[in-house]
Each structure stands twice: as C-alpha cells, then as structure tokens.
Ligand binder design. Structure first.
Ligand SMILES: *Cc1c(COP(=O)(O)O)cnc(C)c1O
Ligand SMILES: [Zn+2]
Length: 420
C-alpha cells in the first residue's frame, strides 16, 4: 500500500507514536492496520511518546486550535495532512440544574454529543479511523454497525474518496437506515443480530483488503473516544470531573475517557485525576453491569433484547477492561429497563431541552438510579454523556407520546380546548 502522507507530517507522527502495544502481554509492534497481538491474541492499543507530546502541546495551543476534535491532534494517531473531517466534536457541555434538582444532585452537567455532524458520538471515532485508513492508503472503508456507526462511516467515507460499504442487522430502526442511506454508501442488511454481523465482517476483513473501522482499524478508531475526555476537562476550565457516567456498548468509550483524563494528568495539563467512572447498560443487554453488580470477574455474553439498539453488544470487546476501571475508580453500574429508558428520555427532554436517543435514556436512567442509591454523591461534579440524538430512535418513544389536541381554526375552539 502507498501512504498519502507528506514527509514532514509523517516525521511528526512517527515522533509521537511509539507503536501498538498488546494490552495483555505488552508486546509492541509497529503502526499498521492490525488489531490483535500475534503472541497472545490480546487487543492492541496505540501508545505515544508523552515526553515528545509534552514539548508540542500546551493549554494555549489547544485553545487556539480548530473547533473540532483535531485541536487535540498530537494525542490522536493521525498525520495532520490526512485528516478527514466534518468538524466533529467541541459539542456543548451544559449545566443541568433542573434535572439535577429532580435527581437530588447539585452539580450535574450534560455533555451533549447528540449534536455531532451525524448526530452521535461515533463521528469522533470514525473521523480518526477514516483519516487513518486514508493514511494507510486503503480504497474501501467498512464497518459492522448497530446504526450510528454506519451513519458516520457513510458520511466520512463518502467525503474521503474511499468507497463506504456498511453492514447492519436487518431489523435496525427505520430512522437509522434512512440516516445511513442518505449518504449513498453501499448498504448491506444481514439477517442476524449485531454480534453475527460483526463475526461476518471479521471473516471478510481476513480476506479483503478493506479498512473495517471497528475491526482492523479498531486501535485507531477507539482513540477518537478520548476526545470526549479532553473536551470535558477543557470545558470545565482544565479540571477532571468528580464522576462521569458513560453508556457501555463494547466498553471502549468508557475505557478511553478514563485514559484521556489520565493522559492530561501525565502531560501536566490538569491536576491529579480522581474521577470515578460509572457504566450504564440496558437490562436487556447488560453483560458488564451484571458482572459488576454480581461481583463477578468474567463477562458472560448475552443475546441482546432491548430498545437501546446502539448499545446492544452482547459480547463486548472491552468489557473486562471497562469493569476493571469501574471497580478501581470506585464507580458504579446500573441496568435500565425499556420502560425506564423512555421515562429517562422524556425527563431529559422536559428538564433540559435535550432530546436523546434510547442510549441517552440508559445513561440518564443510570444517573437517576446511582444518585438514589448514593453511589453518586449529592455534591459531586457529575458529567453524564449523551451520545446520540432522539431523532435516531423515534420508534421507541412514539407509542408513549400523547396525541396533539386537534381543533378548528377559531378562537372559540382554542378556548374550549384549553379551558381559558
Ligand atoms: C457506540 C455507542 C456508544 C458506546 O460505544 P462503545 O462501543 O462502548 O465505545 C454509546 N452510545 C451510542 C449512542 C453509541 O452509538
Ligand atoms: Zn499479547
């Protein structure tokens, strides 16, 4: 494969990236589109030269950077001239006093990632993966998706010059299929659940030279989630929150927000990090939360059955790492039923004017549960991560919404309908 990058950008990238390190046995291999360790089959993770990055990166430089995830470019595994961007990231971090009051929390904040270019946090990870795929010289970019990922790969793949091919489970919500199709990728609906689609894609990736963003590009893809940690710290005036609540699908987002905060500490950009990390899952797909609540070390795969389809990964790749972080930081976990998800979606919309998808209902439901149990302290600075937009999953909420009041266009009818 040819690489698209120029010598200068390549030298800068080579100086800050040390390679890919196995999270199990520690073996280090050069940067390449690989994701498992050849020694032990453990997952690979990008490692950096923090001394080199410390020389390049200051708060002032970041603050003067682009209003997107690329203000943190030195902490991402991509060369500057290969960036494919839709100006993702730099989403609002808003105080949530009315929701906080209802839940008994005095310092609750919402990180609203529902307003990314394709309306979910996946734009962060896909921006990284597609940029890196371009840098590696691939001509096809692909993924197995529960919806949001496919939407994002279709959009970024489309503008990148590579060919986007998206695989989804055939029973996906119609609104998500519309979202993906609108960017004109090749879209394949597989008759099976997400874990089966993912297995099929792993098989394809072994035979075709394609960039699967969440398979062979996974080490690069997952680094994009770190920007949700960096941004929150910067938006709080360069400090880490006391407590973060994150939804868990594969568990990658949770692990990477933790990694990000500790990287900022290592670089001297924020003080000592004592952030507690809590995980949110749906009752119908809670392999990590149930292991935590039952005090088990092993994650038992489940067959997902939940309206929170974007979190419906029954066999989460980063499950054990997520469980470990929740435990060692003194966080908690909760499981949220379909009914509770919808109640929480409506609660967030009513109190803070944010319409989130079912995954956001899982997160807010978890904040409510953990606050009630005292796992989240009343006065902690809590950040709840809203990762997707409500228009993605209208099917889940429509049956529970009241019908509008229908009237004739006269003042009398208004008065009669409203009793005023
Ligand atoms: C993908 C996704 C997540 C979390 O994904 P991980 O696999 O745990 O990194 C959370 N929320 C939404 C809406 C998602 O699409
Ligand atoms: Zn290994």
């Amino acid at each position: 494969m040819t690489t698209a990058t120029t010598p200068n950008a390549r030298a800068a990238t080579a100086a800050r990236l040390k390679g890919l390190k196995c999270r199990e046995c520690g073996t280090v291999v050069p940067i390449a589109p690989v994701y498992v360790c050849e020694e032990c089959y453990g997952p690979l993770e990008v490692i950096y030269d923090y001394d080199e990055i410390r020389r390049q990166l200051t708060r002032e430089k970041i603050e003067k950077g682009p209003r997107s995830i690329w203000r943190y470019m030195p902490l991402l595994p991509v060369s500057e001239d290969c960036i494919v961007t839709l100006h993702e990231g730099c989403t609002p971090l808003v105080p949530a006093p009315r929701l906080g009051k209802e839940l008994g929390l005095t310092n609750l904040w919402i990180k609203n990632d529902a307003v990314n270019p394709t309306y979910s946090f996946k734009d962060r990870v896909v921006a990284c993966a597609v940029s890196r795929a371009k840098e590696f010289g691939f001509d096809t970019v692909s993924c197995a998706s529960t919806g949001n990922l496919g939407c994002s790969v279709a959009a970024f793949g489309g503008i990148s010059g590579m060919r986007p091919i998206i695989f989804i489970p055939a029973d996906l919500e119609p609104s998500k299929i519309v979202g993906i199709s609108s960017y004109s990728p090749t879209l394949i609906a597989v008759e099976g659940n997400y874990d089966e689609v993912n297995r099929l894609c792993a098989e394809i990736s072994a035979t075709k030279n394609w960039a699967f963003v969440n398979i062979n590009l996974r080490p690069f893809y997952s680094e994009g989630s770190k920007t949700l940690g960096y941004e929150v710290a910067e938006q709080l005036g360069w400090r880490a929150p006391d407590h973060v609540v994150l939804p868990i699908a594969s568990g990658s987002l949770l692990c990477k927000v933790y990694k990000a905060l500790h990287e900022l500490e290592t670089l001297g950009l924020i003080g000592k990090v004592n952030t507690r990390v809590s995980g949110a899952q749906a009752t119908g797909c809670a392999p990590v939360a149930s292991a935590f609540l039952e005090k088990r070390d092993e994650i038992v795969p489940v067959r997902p059955q939940t309206i929170a389809k974007s979190l419906a990964i029954g066999n989460p790749a980063d499950g054990t790492y997520a469980l470990d972080i929740i435990r060692k930081t003194g966080g908690g976990a909760a499981m949220i039923t379909d009914e509770e998800i919808v109640v929480a979606m409506k609660l967030l919309a009513r109190t803070e004017g944010i319409f989130t998808e079912t995954a956001g209902g899982v997160t807010i439901g978890t904040v409510a549960k953990l606050a009630k149990q005292g796992v989240i302290g009343r006065d902690e600075l809590v950040v709840a991560y809203i990762t997707g937009n409500g228009y993605k999953t209208v099917e889940a909420i429509i049956p529970t919404l009241p019908k509008p009041i229908v009237i004739k266009p006269t003042l009398k009818e208004v008065e009669r309908a409203l009793g005023v």
